[in-house]
Design a protein around this ligand. Structure first.
Ligand SMILES: [Zn+2]
Ligand SMILES: [Zn+2]
Length: 155
């Protein structure tokens, strides 16, 4: 079978049309990642999927996450916590809270000036770029004082 080159994968129908079998674990894995905005690790997805499929292994979950990402249904990113998966496949940037470690989506800005400047300096053709923001999130800012771990409260 020759895979079609047109179009972007957007849903389960496309999965089937391209011959990518949407197995039960794969659909559950996709649903788990899309249902949360925490940018889960494979271990997080595994714990959720295992509730419905007790015999699934972490290796299977991980392998399917990578395959779904390769097919464009999920985004993946490597950071200090390991590989994380993102159900939001639209262009967006990320904010990492340095106090609680949470990773938030922030809207991406198509900043042509930045791309043009980098292109001029390096001679590279810039097709895309992403920005990483760091700081303290709203929940952490509401905790008064300079110490984000005040009161030893965990959430
Ligand atoms: Zn925070
Ligand atoms: Zn994201």
């Amino acid at each position: 079978m020759i895979p079609k080159k047109d179009g972007h994968p957007h849903g389960h129908e496309t999965l089937r049309a391209r011959g990518f079998r949407l197995t039960e674990p794969r659909r559950l894995i996709l649903d788990v990642v899309r249902a949360t905005d925490v940018h889960p690790t494979a271990a997080f997805v595994y714990r959720r999927v295992r509730k419905k499929l007790p015999r699934v292994s972490l290796a299977t979950v991980y392998r399917n996450l990578r395959m779904l990402a390769a097919e464009g249904f999920l985004a993946e990113r490597a950071d200090a916590a390991g590989m994380r998966f993102d159900g939001n496949t639209l262009p967006h940037d990320h904010f990492t809270c340095l106090a609680c470690g949470r990773l938030y989506d922030v809207p991406a800005r198509a900043d042509r000036a930045v791309r043009a400047r980098v292109a001029t300096r390096t001679g590279f053709e810039i097709l895309n770029h992403r920005a990483e923001f760091y700081g303290r999130c709203g929940a952490c800012r509401r905790q008064t004082g300079r110490s984000p771990v005040k009161g030893q409260r965990r959430s």
